[in-house]
Design a protein around this ligand. Sequence first.
Ligand SMILES: [Zn+2]
Length: 187
Amino acid sequence: MSYYQKVEWTITPKSVPKVFRNCPKCGEKTHYVNSTKFRVNANGKNLDVWLIYNCSKCKSKWNMPIHERVNPKEIDPKRYDCYIKNDKDLAHHIGFDPDIHRRNNSELVYESMEFDVLVSKVEHKDYTEHSQEITIRCPLSLNLRLDKLLADQTGISRSNLSKTLSDHLPLKKRIKDGMTFILPGDC
Ligand SMILES: [Zn+2]
């Protein structure tokens, strides 16, 4: 008889992805940094909202469209308030939003992004094996591969993980919120 220890890994990124795009001033593709500031332009029945990015080299601005020529009544008042107040959480959230970035053809840079993993036990059972059932909690789209996360958490190299676990786990897949898998005891 074997029991699993059920745990949750809550993953919180420490930064927001940069955007790799052409900077007209630098004359080449550079990394643009999320300034966490919005620009709002309300003109009668038309509302425009942008999230401001800055070129990491020359600080030039790129205003990424969030809403273009929408009726202000269509925007939730609480959300509008967040735009006006430069709400950091919302700016971070939008920084990860794959739909908005796809719409703006922005190429997100996830390399060298760091994240915190909070491990919490869901079920306290006696268990005879050390196998763990792990559920990922990660509402943001992190573009993080499972093998990278496991290597960081277990200290085992990605090549060794591949040798021992590739038959059981989708190691090359990106993690998703709610994803559950079993990590054997010898890991
Ligand atoms: Zn530049």
